[in-house]
Design a protein around this ligand. Sequence first.
Ligand code: LMR
Length: 332
Amino acid sequence: MQKWVLGALMAALSVVIGPATAHGPIIIKFSHVTTPDTPKGVAAQKFAELADKYTFGRVKVEIYPNSQLYKDKEELEALQLGAVQMLAPSNSKFGPIGIKEFEVFDLPYILPDLATLRKVTDGVLGEKLLNLLEPKGMVGLAYWDNGFKVMSANKKLVAPADYRGLKFRIQSSKVLEAQFRALGAVPQVMAFSEVYQALQTGVVDGQENTPSNMYTQKMHEVQKYTTLTNHGYIGYVVVVNKKFWDELPSEIRDQLKQAMREATAFGNARSAQENADALDAMVKSGKTELVTLTPEQDAEMRKAMEPVYDDVGSRISKSLIEDFRKASGATH
Ligand code: LMR
């Protein structure tokens, strides 16, 4: 390309883009709590690559994984203050900042599979939930999957009675609190980055998480048994600081939306396999024994957790639970 053409193009671009990029690229600090080789870590990396590509290098996404910048609760505060621009907290973590509705995703056995989940997140209800974020200074850009949870402890967890009296680490969700109370266990809210040590030192006896989160934090090394309950789901809402987002030139916003759409499809297409691989690796390590439930045992677990729906009905609203079921096509 002729030099003057390039110069004219650059000048035109700088008018369109505005002063934000006059002194170098726009930086998006993306903080998260899992390792790079998790469903969230992989999707974040993909987004960074695509953001760079679609904005022609005008936006650089700096990823800070594994709680190296902020832990769970801090990262949401940091986003609201504008210290970082982007996060992907799990649905379970919005309660402490006053948005309890995302806890509907935590209800035990509400989602039989990822296809059902997609009907909710890709539909009107998914959009409605994202709109709740704006008054809190953030914009919801996408739903990212992790996957279904397993239970772990140093004791074999088969029947509801096995949970009685044990301390379980939970994310900061009242639904998860009610879930462990329904099992007669003692729930304890704790940041993700502290779980390994808490399990190792016996501060808590057990925990629930996806295989990919367990494996990458080495939790399986300090938990003798892992039970394949698939009782609940962990997924993320990708959020961006609203002021930062609104002030971006609109074509950059569009390019970032495109990058986000593709990163979401990329990550969500892989998450199930990543969790299956992590489960395999946990078993191969020989450090934790995998426990599977018979259909009768599974039914017992479901029954034990049924009261959770009534317990949290007034918190997250019965009509939201009903809407969620309708949106997911549930017939029960
Ligand atoms: C947890 O705290 O267990 C998870 O939400 C961590 C994560 O971001 O997947």
